[in-house]
Each structure stands twice: as structure tokens, then as C-alpha cells.
Design a protein around this ligand. Structure first.
Ligand SMILES: [Zn+2]
Length: 243
């Protein structure tokens, strides 16, 4: 899945379009996007891997799925799945799914769960973890969308490694201080990824994700793949304690 930091990075590239009027919206799907024509973009937002383009009484939700991308004033060979056209520019979305939703994003999304949103509520996340996911593995709980939005395989691998917690640890056995450290680390790491994306440095931010050997003790990194979701997590069994 495209992680939240990637969508934020793309959204930040579109700031100059806020206040501009869309001359035409076009898409491959059968959805009728004509309500967007001649309408002003009043804001841009994101929620996990959704980019939200806000108009007066409706908004567009663009799902970046597993491999979505976006190009401004450029095209790929394949036809874009969805495009917004302006008098002198265009934004093209590939491998994305666009939907029109009535009302405001706040009516649909719990922004305090999004680790990249200013409204993220770490205390609420801690409470949910301890009250509703006490018997769950922390590795799985970090992907729980009712607690955290914007965490994917890279972030959960790296923050569990930073916090020295084995992903199979039960939430109830992990000291509260460690859980708080983990939540704060996830927020900070996601912010760093947005910054490093600008400079093409995401790979260098990862210490064990997609790596073979732990940089601290040269232990071989293990990979665990979930049969249900196909998500991957990388583990150093020596550095990360099983609670
Ligand atoms: Zn290690």
C-alpha cells in the first residue's frame, strides 16, 4: 500500500492549485465527474493513502491503492485513470480510484487517527491500543485502521525496531512507556519520510526494512509475511524484545 507520507508529499506539490478553477475533470471509469467542471478547489487534504480535493459542497477522494502515482503537466503512455484540467496545466492520476463524496471530509474520516495529520491524537491511540487490542500482537495492531491511519510496512518495521519491540509482543505485556515511545516514533518517522521523499532519500531512512543484516549486531534480518493481508515486516530477533 502507498503509505500516507507519499500522498502528503504529492499533496504538497499541489498547493498552488488551491483557489484555482478546474476547467474539466476526466476519468476512465463510468463515474460522471461533470460536477467538478468550472468549480474552484478550496482546499487539499489527505487521509492515509487518500488524497482529498475539496470543493464547496463536495470533495474528491483519490485512492492511491498499492501503486498509485500522480504527474503534473506530464503524462505516461497509458491513459490516466483520472485527470483534472486547468487552463494552463493538468494533474494526472495513475492506478488511482477517484470518487465524489457529498459534504466535507470531516463527515467521513476520523482525522485524529491519521499519524500525519495535525489533529492526530496519540493519547486516544494509546487508550484504544490498551483497551481494545490488549490481546493482539503489536505488529498487527499498528495496521489497525481504527487506531492508526498512515502506517504501512515500512513505518511499522522501522518504529518497532527503533523501540526494540518484537512485533509478536502482546500489547498488554508491553510497558506503557514503551507504547508511548512507539507512537511518538511513528509520528516523527512519518514526518521525516515526507521530508526525505523530497530528496529521494526514503531508502536511506530505513535501517532494517528490505535489508538483510541488522546494522547494530550483524544478525540476519527475518521477514514475516501475513497470509491474510500479504503485508511484510522485518525483524532483528536479537535487538527486538518479545514481551
Ligand atoms: Zn539487531
Amino acid at each position: 500500500m502507498q503509505e500516507g507520507y507519499f500522498v502528503i508529499f504529492l499533496k504538497n506539490k499541489l498547493q498552488r492549485f488551491i483557489g484555482q478553477i478546474v476547467s474539466r475533470a476526466s476519468g476512465k471509469s463510468e463515474t460522471d465527474f461533470s460536477c467538478i467542471d468550472f468549480t474552484k478547489i478550496i482546499d487539499l487534504d489527505s487521509f492515509g493513502n487518500l488524497m482529498l480535493v475539496v470543493f464547496n459542497d463536495f470533495f474528491l477522494s483519490i485512492d492511491f491503492g498499492n501503486s498509485g502515482t500522480m504527474l503534473v503537466n506530464k503524462t505516461k503512455k497509458a491513459k490516466a485513470d483520472f485527470s483534472l484540467h486547468f487552463p494552463h496545466s493538468e494533474i494526472n492520476f495513475y492506478s488511482c480510484e477517484a470518487k465524489i463524496l457529498k459534504g466535507k471530509p470531516n463527515d467521513y474520516f476520523q482525522f485524529p487517527t491519521d499519524i500525519l495529520n495535525k489533529k492526530f491524537d496519540g493519547e486516544l491511540a494509546l487508550t484504544k491500543l490498551q483497551q481494545h487490542f490488549a490481546e493482539e500482537n503489536i505488529g498487527k495492531a499498528l495496521l489497525e485502521k481504527s487506531i492508526f491511519v498512515g502506517i504501512g510496512d515500512l513505518i511499522r518495521t522501522e518504529v518497532l525496531y527503533q523501540a526494540k519491540i518484537h512485533p509478536e509482543s502482546l500489547v498488554k505485556n508491553i510497558p506503557e512507556k514503551k507504547l508511548i515511545y512507539l507512537i511518538v516514533s511513528a509520528v516523527n518517522f512519518a514526518d521525516e519520510l515526507v521530508e526525505s521523499y523530497k530528496n529521494d532519500e526514503v531508502q536511506s531512512k530505513a535501517l532494517i526494512f528490505e535489508k538483510k543484516i541488522c546494522p547494530k549486531d550483524k544478525t540476519e534480518i527475518q521477514i514475516a509475511i501475513s497470509a491474510e493481508t500479504n503485508s511484510r515486516i522485518y525483524i532483528c530477533a536479537k535487538c527486538q524484545k518479545l514481551y
